[in-house]
Write a protein that binds this ligand. Structure first.
Ligand SMILES: Cc1cc2nc3c(=O)[nH]c(=O)nc-3n(C[C@H](O)[C@H](O)[C@H](O)COP(=O)(O)OP(=O)(O)OC[C@H]3O[C@@H](n4cnc5c(N)ncnc54)[C@H](O)[C@@H]3O)c2cc1C
Length: 510
């Protein structure tokens, strides 16, 4: 009987775990090495004095994409996670004191739009229709696919779809052509920040995000989003993967042409037939791999996403009127993106996002109290930014704006923690503290993004936000699917006998 091939997975982030479950199901012998004490990586959890916080992701989109990993190994997502769809999605607070509740009930949404900007609803709905096409075609043609090279990506049919979906234009440009009011343009473009990108640089195809929220829905998982990595950990173990926590990998061992295994920080060496690296790809190339055997092409020319300054606040008294998800937009929308992405400075009047997840799941805060999560998009690490100075300054601005909006939270704080771009780099190994990994502009997606399979070390593979298709929980789980496809092909060449995944083939109906 053929020997089972051994895979060492480095990192138990959502990408590493989703891949580990698929690999173990296929028949590989899988060991996952994670430097922290538990799973999840960026999708982590913080418990403080009875308050529970998700540390990174708080918005769950595209549950049908998440479900694929569970289906692949013959299981059901709903047996692992309890998801509920939120109504409404969130409240937007504009700098002029007005607001808009984004929701899937289009009649109620249209009435709100008309009250805010008379005559605006038809343009908004037309934008959503385009967004729906971008969602379906984008997923089928560009996201749920492995590309062998530019010719495979830039086919005549794909180029036609790109033109039709206006992918060559920026998201901000396309929004402007449907909506004259700057507040409404912001309402359908700020979602580019979910990808850590500026809407003035993001291709318009990411207009698919508003549809994914309003058309498909914004979801929440009972217990907080940390239940996703917990569910994936259970799924991987059920398939036979072994998980090793507090097991930091210090080096990926290689010789010319191949990797041989990993070396842990205590000096233990573990041999492997294949290594799958879930550590942020540029960081892994720089710190874990021997540059004599492989290197990342043109690292200085890579573009990175923004970072995030986070506040986790346990409040003694609830912030009445603050819903599950809220977005507070600052003045100078365009300028704020130029500040973050071009000038690497914190915007004067920052926009930020606030979540109060115990509005949906009361178990996340003690009775009569609130767990509040604040995420302020900020530049990735830069020599001009000292977070010991910037952090307190930004914190003061956030509380001032919240108080101005009728939410005086600072006086109610019982427990508090913050997290800066420096922490994202040191805790999770994110290059430049860039919270979402490599940027997803057109020159860095599909075949133009670093490959899942290393060019020189053919048994070294990558999974996660800085690989294709890109950042975000559903996308990273697709990255696991695409990376495992490559690993299967490699293993079959070595003569391995593998089990087929149980899910439907890639792609959704257009
Ligand atoms: C603040 C924030 C908010 C976000 N909000 C959302 C959201 O609302 N919705 C959404 O869908 N997405 C969101 N995202 C994006 C999403 O969190 C990521 O795209 C996704 O979690 C990345 O998963 P990953 O597996 O690629 O990487 P990671 O989570 O980075 O996993 C990599 C793992 O490798 C481990 N590791 C690193 N170095 C080593 C080593 N040397 N040895 C062993 N282990 C190591 C790390 O500890 C980590 O566990 C957010 C991200 C951030 C930071």
């Amino acid at each position: 009987m053929a020997r089972r091939l051994r895979v060492a997975v480095v990192g138990a982030g959502v990408g590493g775990l989703a891949a580990a479950a698929r690999l173990a199901h296929a028949g590989f012998e899988v060991d996952v090495f994670e430097k922290h004490a538990g799973p999840g990586g960026r999708c982590g959890q913080l418990r403080l004095g009875g308050f529970t916080f998700d540390t990174g992701p708080t918005i769950l989109l595209m549950p049908e994409v998440l479900a694929r990993t569970f289906q692949a190994v013959g299981e059901k997502l709903e047996d692992y996670l309890s998801l509920s769809r939120l109504h409404p999605n969130y409240r937007l607070h504009f700098p002029d004191g007005t607001g808009l509740t984004l929701q899937s009930d289009l009649a109620a949404l249209s009435a709100e739009l008309e009250a805010l900007v008379p005559g605006s609803a038809p343009g908004f709905l037309r934008f959503l229709a385009l967004s729906g096409q971008q969602y379906r075609v984008g997923l089928e043609r560009f996201v749920l696919r492995n590309f062998d090279g530019p010719a495979d990506f830039l086919t005549p049919a794909n180029l036609w779809h790109m033109l039709r979906l206006r992918a060559h234009q920026s998201l901000a440009q396309v929004a402007r052509s449907f909506l004259k009011d700057e507040r409404l343009q912001a309402a359908v473009t700020f979602q580019a920040m979910y990808l850590g990108m500026s809407p003035y640089r993001a291709p318009a195809v990411y207009g698919l995000l508003p549809f994914s929220e309003m058309g498909v829905g914004v979801y929440f998982a009972k217990g907080g989003l940390y239940v996703l990595p917990l569910g994936l950990e259970k799924l991987a173990r059920t398939q036979g993967a072994r998980l090793h926590y507090r097991a930091e990998v210090r080096r990926i061992l290689s010789c010319p042409g191949a990797v041989e295994g990993v070396e842990l920080s205590d000096g233990t060496r573990v041999s492997a037939d294949l290594v799958l690296c879930n550590v942020d790809l540029p960081f892994a190339y720089r710190t874990l791999l021997d540059s004599a055997h492989t290197r990342l092409r043109r690292p200085a020319r890579l573009h990175y996403t923004s970072s995030g300054y986070l506040l986790y606040l346990g409040l003694q008294r609830p912030a009445v009127g603050l819903g599950h998800h809220s977005v507070f937009l600052g003045r100078g929308y365009r300028q704020s993106f130029d500040d973050i992405f071009q000038h690497h400075r914190v915007p004067e009047d920052p926009s930020f996002y606030v979540a109060v997840p115990n509005r949906t799941d009361a178990s996340l805060a003690p009775p009569g109290k609130d767990s509040v999560y604040v995420l302020v998009p900020v530049p990735h690490r830069h020599p001009g930014l000292d977070w010991a100075v910037e952090g307190p300054r930004l914190r003061a601005k956030v509380f001032a704006r919240l108080a101005q909006e009728g939410f005086p939270l600072e006086q109610r704080i019982e427990v508090e923690r913050s997290f800066t771009p420096d922490d994202w780099e040191t805790s999770y190994g994110l290059e430049k503290g860039s919270a979402f990994g490599l940027s997803m502009h057109l020159g860095q997606v599909g075949p133009f993004r670093p490959r899942h399979q290393d060019a020189h070390l053919k048994n070294l593979f990558f999974v996660g936000a800085s690989t294709a298709p890109g950042t975000g929980l559903p996308t990273v789980m697709v990255s696991a699917e695409l990376a495992v496809q490559r690993m299967r092909a490699h293993a079959l060449q070595l003569g391995a006998v593998l089990r087929q995944p149980a899910e439907a083939p890639l792609g959704v109906a257009a």
